[in-house]
Design a protein around this ligand. Structure first.
Ligand code: AMP
Ligand code: ZN
Length: 111
């Protein structure tokens, strides 16, 4: 996708702070973090949103969530806790039409 900013990150046309990559996914720090740790995981393949997933994408979606678990471990929040979020559509705040999973964490415990 020529004009997709996340495809440009995949193709290294735009710099990003990459924290993880494999053959299928790439994860990088969100440029405008909403939590002390805010990472986005995307499939390298362009899929516009959750609404655009097909039956054949089942494995990819499972892999995406397992990759989130792996990255949470890598950045030290697996045991403490983290949030995973997909924004789906403009009404829910999706601004970039390339599927991405937000990992949010790193807060101090407020007890
Ligand atoms: P969403 O609102 O769910 O579409 O999330 C898009 C996210 O991408 C936002 O949290 C932005 O801060 C983030 N973002 C936009 N451009 C970049 C970029 N070049 N590098 C890293 N994160 C970005
Ligand atoms: Zn894309």
């Amino acid at each position: 996708m020529m004009n997709c900013i996340f495809c440009k990150i995949v193709n290294k046309k735009i710099n990003s702070d990459v924290v993880y990559k494999d053959e299928i996914f790439i994860a990088f720090k969100d440029i405008n973090p909403m939590a002390p740790i805010h990472i986005l995981i995307i499939p390298k393949k362009h899929i516009a949103s959750i609404n655009h997933l097909k039956e054949d994408d089942k494995e990819l979606v499972g892999g995406l969530i397992l990759t989130a678990q792996k990255i949470a471990e890598q950045v030290g929040i697996r045991e403490k806790g983290y949030k995973l979020a997909f924004n789906v559509g403009r009404g829910a705040g999706q601004m970039i039409d390339h599927l991405h999973l937000h990992i949010l964490g790193g807060w101090e415990n407020k007890e």
